[in-house]
Design a protein around this ligand. Structure first.
Ligand SMILES: [Zn+2]
Length: 425
């Protein structure tokens, strides 16, 4: 296929990058030390966060420990933020196949994150509550950072010096044209609030509901085209390490990514988180819930010194060169240097995100399981995620992954193929 040739050609063009990446991989990479801090100022009491540093890939095996850091910025109440905080991690982990080694586990995360976000949303909506939440969910496993997010709680990566990268995209109707077009095409109406006299005020919102975000968890009363399918990005740091700043829009409405990173450089993580919040309040005052988590991923004290500065400068121009989100292949090496980009995908289409696989979904009992909610499916019950979609021309509709009837309904609703569960009062 043409796209395959394109990929090969592109690789041929970057022999230097491939060479250096091989060198980096053979380099002895001890597990980094992870230090973190958290700070918050509450106005509405709808910001929640999760810090869990004792998760284990293999239960009981301390060498398989990984950390989770997350922010949930609720709106129209706090129930969705609390529910997501309590359930999202479990839902993501239950979607990762058992018995995987570290590399396979990391490769399975992007898909498991999609399943976990959609399952959490579906379950919360079935409770009949109306609030919603952003979710920015960060998994730190050794030097690999995997970020999944819906909404506008941003996560940035500061690799010292002057390179600040964003590991999330803002799902806001005002700024994100692509998302605005998707919502409109799926049946949503996008416009500003009009006040008496016809004047339009405030940011672009989606109607019914009046939400400014294009993706979230919850929001039962808004159309289902406000999807819970996360943008996912996975990067691997070099042993120079890096600093993550994860924060709700209370920070980002006041500070640019660069300003936030610069405001706290040189401070330890706990003081850095406080400094970022302080800086945001100084700039804008307390207009919104403001929450910040700072995570430092640093070389262990007994390891070699970080790569020489000269090498970093040579590679700086290669950093995050690939901006396209069209490449769906994971593990695609596209940029090396301080940060190796392993995966990036932001599509809102569930079929694209769950991919093509006839091996997955089969449980040990020989039954197939739903790729989203993990329930066992009777032989006659499973519906291929690709059946009846525009993708079914190029793939086999009897191929996995499979969905249960409920998740298939949700998929159709998210794509605007049936009226969503909007209840008009
Ligand atoms: Zn299901």
């Amino acid at each position: 296929m043409a796209s395959g040739d394109g990929r090969r050609n592109r690789q041929d063009l970057v022999p230097l990058a491939a060479l250096i990446s091989r060198e980096m991989r053979s380099e002895k990479m001890e597990k980094p030390t992870v230090r973190y801090g958290h700070a918050a100022q509450s106005r509405k009491g709808e910001d929640y966060f999760l810090i869990k540093t004792d998760c284990q890939r293999v239960p009981g095996n301390s060498s398989s420990t990984f950390s989770v850091f997350a922010i949930f910025d609720g709106h129209n109440g706090k129930a969705a933020a609390i529910y997501t905080r309590e359930n999202l991690l479990n839902h993501v982990m239950s979607a990762v196949p058992h018995g995987l080694g570290r590399d396979e586990w990391l490769q399975a995360l992007p898909r498991a994150l999609v399943a976990g976000f959609v399952k959490t949303d579906k379950e919360f909506q079935s409770r009949g509550e109306t609030s919603g939440t952003t979710a920015t969910f960060v998994i730190v496993d050794s030097w690999t950072v995997t970020v999944a997010s819906v909404g506008d709680s941003r996560c940035i990566l500061d690799t010292q010096g002057d390179s600040v990268s964003t590991l999330t995209v803002d799902h806001r109707l005002e700024e994100n044209v692509e998302e605005r077009e998707r919502v409109t095409a799926s049946g949503g109406e996008v416009g500003r609030l009009s006040i008496v006299g016809g004047a339009e005020i405030g940011p672009l919102r989606c109607w019914p509901g009046g939400l400014c975000l294009s993706r979230s968890i919850g929001d039962t009363d808004v159309g289902e085209f406000i999807v819970p399918i996360p943008y996912v990005k996975q990067v691997k740091l070099s042993n120079a390490g890096g600093r993550l700043i994860i924060a709700s829009d209370g920070i980002w409405d006041a500070l640019s990514s660069e300003a936030a990173a610069k405001s706290c450089r040189g401070l330890p993580a706990d003081l850095a988180a406080r400094q970022v919040v302080k800086e945001a309040l100084r700039t804008r005052g307390l207009k919104d819930d403001t929450t910040c988590i700072v995570v430092d991923i640093i070389a262990p004290d007994n390891s070699e010194k970080p790569s020489p500065v000269k090498k970093q400068n040579v590679l700086k121009s290669l950093l995050f060169r690939r901006k396209s989100s069209s490449n769906k292949l994971s593990k695609k090496l596209s940029a090396v240097g301080i940060v190796e980009e392993l995966f990036e995908e932001g599509s809102a289409m569930l079929a694209e995100r769950l991919g093509n696989d006839d091996a997955t979904g089969q449980s040990t009992s020989g039954l197939f399981t739903c790729a989203v909610c993990q329930v066992d499916l009777a032989p006659s019950e499973g519906i291929s995620v690709h059946a009846g979609s525009i993708f079914s021309t190029s793939t086999k509709p009897w191929q996995g992954p499979f969905l249960c009837a409920g998740c298939r309904d949700k998929k159709d609703a998210m794509e605007g193929k049936r009226p969503s569960g909007v209840k008009v009062a």
